[in-house]
Design a protein around this ligand. Structure first.
Ligand code: NAD
Length: 486
């Protein structure tokens, strides 16, 4: 309840998560061939806590020579050990990684929130358990590939170069590493420069699991290191999750090389509310869809479409719900919206807030929302009365910013929802199954949620259309990019 509706002004007492059990080293090296080694570049960069702007650690900056060393390690491990192991033996290692993630989940959740700014509730209840689930799920496939691809000769691809973004650091690492190992490939993975710490923790866990050296290599660095991975002749498969701009550069670099490639890129999802929808439930789904994880979600429901007859009711309820959202310390268990991941990302979001206002849109932010003085924070924001031509509707903002449009007919909303360069995900809220089926066949989106939003499961494939990329991760489909079939 908002203070407006109750008249009370009760606040939750702070409930900070303990952090003393999370061990972060002062300096991290590159994880190559089963060991932490100093970078040949001799360079390091600082990684910070975006909620406080304090330095957490120094991390090695890989250059081309370091990438080369990691690729050689992965290739040797592939030839010497991994491709010779039976599926059942590979499964034992992958299963072990899943168990160790579960055992160390509290520590991993805290480090994810410290380094990424996301609310501890998200890292604790979503990111880390879902990462473990991906390893469990793909451990199950390792000795059953013949059932995944019946009547085919199945061969692993070789070395997978995997590059991930900053919004779900450990989960994205799990999405990439688990299917690659299950299908018999070895890996060089690079986390994003702003969130390297849980991937480096994963490297420590992998060491604890006694994986043969070089099967998983984790290197840290910037775009140049990612480009060196993509261009390296030993990389047989490129798996990239990140922005559409970088995805296009990678696709051009890989063209004509014969390397396998999957691209998981940006999104601008439509979340569609019909007049027969369960409105209270829909409002929760809208809030979860865009304010969850500070809007740092490729599949965030960032464009809300409301059928005209219920638009006033939905907007009024949405505003009331936004008054209750707690923005602040990511490590407080009451926090709904944590810190924006970096200064650059906050500047980008703020520039879009200006663009929306200059486009003449009505802006709404809860008036009782006080942002912490230190760190990078943004209030949850609505742009009401938006139109298809607005830049805030067409471009990915990647923050807690929701545009609102209204519609009259199902044909109109399908056309508007699809009239966008992206096609990653969408949501629909209605009482009628026939409307759901109609929309799921006509919306050009890889995932369509009905009467829910942002639900993930390792058994379900995920991926996009159009500028959101191609290829699927998760589920049975997620095995295909890592095998050659004949
Ligand atoms: P980004 O493209 O800037 O960076 C992603 C990764 O690519 C980082 O590790 C970065 O160091 C690396 N990189 C940068 N330049 C490179 C180059 N030239 N060659 C190779 N690698 C390079 O993206 P970001 O800002 O970290 O992440 C946000 C973006 O990721 C958003 O657009 C979001 O929608 C997208 N995303 C998509 C999905 C999905 O599944 N479709 C999931 C999460 C995030």
């Amino acid at each position: 309840m908002s203070t407006e509706t109750t008249g009370f002004n009760w606040e939750y007492a702070p409930a900070p998560e303990a952090i003393d059990h999370a061990k972060i080293k002062k300096q991290y090296e590159l994880f190559i061939n089963g060991e932490f080694v100093k970078p040949l570049s001799k360079k390091y960069f600082e990684t910070i806590n975006p909620a406080t702007e304090q330095v957490l650690s120094k991390v090695a900056e890989a250059n081309e020579k370091d990438v080369h060393a990691a690729m050689i390690a992965a290739k040797n491990a592939y030839d010497k050990y991994w491709k010779k192991l039976s599926g059942a033996d590979r499964a034992k290692y992958i299963y072990r990684i899943a168990r160790v993630i579960q055992e160390r989940s509290r520590e991993l959740a805290v480090i994810e929130s410290l380094n990424g700014g996301k609310a501890i509730r998200e890292s604790r209840d979503f990111d880390i358990p879902t990462a473990a689930n991906h390893f469990f799920y793909y451990a199950g496939w390792a000795d059953k590939l013949a059932y995944a691809f019946p009547n085919k000769k199945i061969e692993s691809v070789g070395v997978a170069a995997q590059i991930i973004p900053w919004n779900f650091p450990l989960l994205m690492a799990a999405w990439k590493i688990a299917p690659a190992l299950a299908t018999g490939n070895t890996v060089v993975l690079k986390p994003a420069e702003s969130t390297p710490l849980t991937a480096l923790k994963l490297a420590e866990l992998i060491q604890d699991c006694d994986l043969p050296p070089g099967v998983v290599n984790i290197i840290t660095g910037f775009g140049a290191a990612g480009a060196a991975m993509v261009n390296h002749p030993l990389a047989n498969k490129i798996a990239f999750t990140g922005s559409t701009d970088v995805g296009k550069i990678i696709q051009k670099a890989v063209a004509g090389t014969g390397k396998k490639i999957t691209l998981e890129l940006g999104g601008k999802a439509a979340n569609i509310v019909f007049e027969d929808a369960p409105i209270n439930q829909a409002v929760e789904g809208i809030v979860n869809g865009i304010f969850f994880n500070q809007g740092h979600v490729c599949c965030a429901g960032s464009r809300l479409f409301i059928q005209e007859s219920v638009s006033e009711e939905v907007i009024q309820k949405l505003k009331a719900r936004m008054q209750t959202l707690i923005v602040g310390n990511p490590l407080d268990k009451n926090t709904d919206i944590g810190a924006i991941n970096s200064k650059e990302q906050l500047e980008k979001i703020n520039s879009y807030l200006k663009i929306g206002v200059n486009e003449g849109l009505e802006i709404y932010q809860p008036d009782n929302c006080n942002l912490p003085k230190q760190g990078f924070y943004c209030k949850p924001t609505l742009f009401i009365g938006a139109a298809q031509s607005n830049r805030v509707v067409q471009e990915e903002i990647f923050g807690p910013v929701l545009t609102i449009q209204t519609f009259r007919t199902i044909e109109e909303v399908i056309e508007k929802a699809n009239n966008i360069p992206y096609g990653l995900s969408a949501g629909v809220w209605t009482d009628k199954g026939s409307k759901i089926f109609n929309l799921t066949t006509k919306l050009r989106a890889g995932v369509v949620w009905a009467n829910t939003y942002n639900k993930f499961d390792p058994t379900s494939p995920f991926g996009g259309y159009k500028e959101s990329g191609f290829g699927r991760e998760g589920g049975l489909h997620g095995l295909a990019p890592y095998v050659n079939l004949s």
